[in-house]
Design a protein around this ligand. Structure first.
Ligand code: PSV
Ligand code: MN
Length: 429
């Protein structure tokens, strides 16, 4: 099931006159600043972010999970929901799959994605939980996976990653993101040096099996599930990993995987400088890996990250970072959250595009802290909603995608069709 373009167009009719007025007013305002609104709109319309298949079901915490009506029961229904997100928002043609949660016949996955106008972004392997019933993964990951002391567990985890790459290759993906939960809860539980060495050795085996045009992203995370030390805990470890693994290896920055107040935009800047920025898992947080909706807590931080990306200019061209969302939706309809998050990410991008880079550089180099800050803030303070709406409208999406989604009645319809919802891969993020 999907939402027909004719329905979206009809929904837009009601909003079109007001939207045009707002867009023209913003265009005039920006032209006084020497900015061409159509160039910004075009850039925004060409910016895409992938949605996580696992984000389409309700997430949960270790205390409870509250399923919503009509949750997708498997990957094909998750793809239907991703199709709706893209049909309305026109910002998310890519879907990131998680194996084995989303394991299915590759030809069928590809056919379904084609039918919905979607494609597959980076693949994700899962060696952070056991997979009872999977004959290829009989050993437990309780004490680690790629860094496990037992070579047999490491070999199993390596084989799982290679299988994930093979599935990805069959469906047109070009990258794998490796996140492991390996670590320790007690000082002394594991040897900090040896476990990292073992991880590197295992990652090298995965890299050796990568197709020529593939990239591998190492995703760091400070804590959880390990609470004393984590093997790939920070961007320094991730960078060492990417360096050691060579030209196919890059670092993935999940915004939630840092201590509170860490300067993530500076990490981004350093990784660009090193030529090792692989991509992002966008989300937002207040305390830790809260997996809240991108831009919902600290939109300024999101803007500052985009400020680094836009400011890097051509230094970023060859890196082509993968933009993905990684969120857990506990109290909202995941479709609405993902539509809005993609919009917030585009908003940060648009605001960063509005920063007068020449003026900023001048103020930075002449030591005018106030005007440098003002120049940056001017971009952030601009209400770019008409640009976002126009980018969606031109691509056949909705001027107000959440209103259109609600008017479509999609959730109620799928709730009737998907009675016994048992979402897989939404409960742990
Ligand atoms: C770990 O917290 C993480 O951010 C990794 O990206 C996982 O693949 C994802 O969440 C889903 O559990
Ligand atoms: Mn992540």
């Amino acid at each position: 099931m999907t939402i027909a373009p004719a329905f979206v167009a009809e929904e837009n009719v009601r909003l079109e006159a007001d939207h045009r007025t707002d867009y023209e007013a913003l265009g005039e305002k920006l032209s006084r600043r020497g900015v061409d609104i159509s160039a910004v709109t075009e850039a925004v319309a060409g910016f895409f972010v992938a949605v996580p298949s696992w984000g389409t079901g309700a997430g949960g915490t270790r205390f409870a999970r509250f399923p919503g009506p009509g949750e997708p029961r498997g990957i094909f229904e998750k793809l239907d929901d991703c199709g709706v997100i893209h049909a309305l928002g026109r910002a998310t043609p890519g879907v990131s799959l998680h194996i084995p949660w989303d394991k299915a016949e590759p030809a069928a996955l590809k056919a379904k994605a084609d039918e919905l106008g979607l494609h597959f972004d980076a693949m994700n392997s899962n060696t952070f939980q056991d997979h009872p019933g999977d004959p290829r993964q009989p050993l437990s990951y309780k004490f680690g996976s790629l860094s496990h002391a037992d070579p047999a567990v490491r070999a199993q985890a390596v084989a799982h990653n290679i299988e994930t790459v093979e599935i990805g290759e069959a469906i047109g993906s070009k990258a794998i993101t490796v996140w492991i939960g390996d670590g320790a809860n007690f000082p002394g539980q594991s040897d900090l040096g040896k476990s990292f060495e073992r991880y590197l050795g295992a990652m090298k085996e995965i890299v050796a099996a990568l197709p020529a045009d593939w990239r591998i992203f190492s995703e760091h995370k400070m804590y959880e599930p390990a609470f004393y030390s984590t093997v790939v805990s920070d961007w320094g470890t991730s960078y060492m990993t990417a360096q050691e693994l060579g030209e196919k290896a890059f670092c993935l920055v999940d915004l939630g995987h840092h201590a509170p107040n860490v300067n993530i935009e500076q990490i981004v800047s350093r990784l660009i400088r090193a030529g090792k920025l692989g991509g992002f898992h966008f989300n937002d947080s207040k305390y830790g890996d809260d997996d809240l909706d991108a831009g919902s807590i600290d939109p300024f931080r999101l803007f500052l990250i985009f400020n680094e990306l836009v400011g890097a200019g051509t230094a970023l061209d060859s890196l082509n970072p993968a933009h993905m969302i990684d969120q857990s939706h506990n109290v909202t309809d995941p479709i609405e959250s993902l539509i809005r998050s993609a919009g917030e990410i585009r908003r940060a991008y648009a605001q960063a595009l509005l920063v007068d880079r020449k003026a900023l550089e001048h103020h930075q180099e002449t030591g005018d802290a106030m005007m440098a800050s003002e120049t940056l803030k001017r971009g952030f303070r601009t209400d770019v909603e008409p640009i976002l709406a126009e980018a969606r409208r031109r691509a056949g999406g909705a001027i107000d995608p959440i209103a259109a989604y609600r008017a479509s009645g999609y959730r109620a319809k799928v709730a009737a069709e998907r009675p016994a919802s048992v979402a897989s891969g939404g409960g742990i993020v």
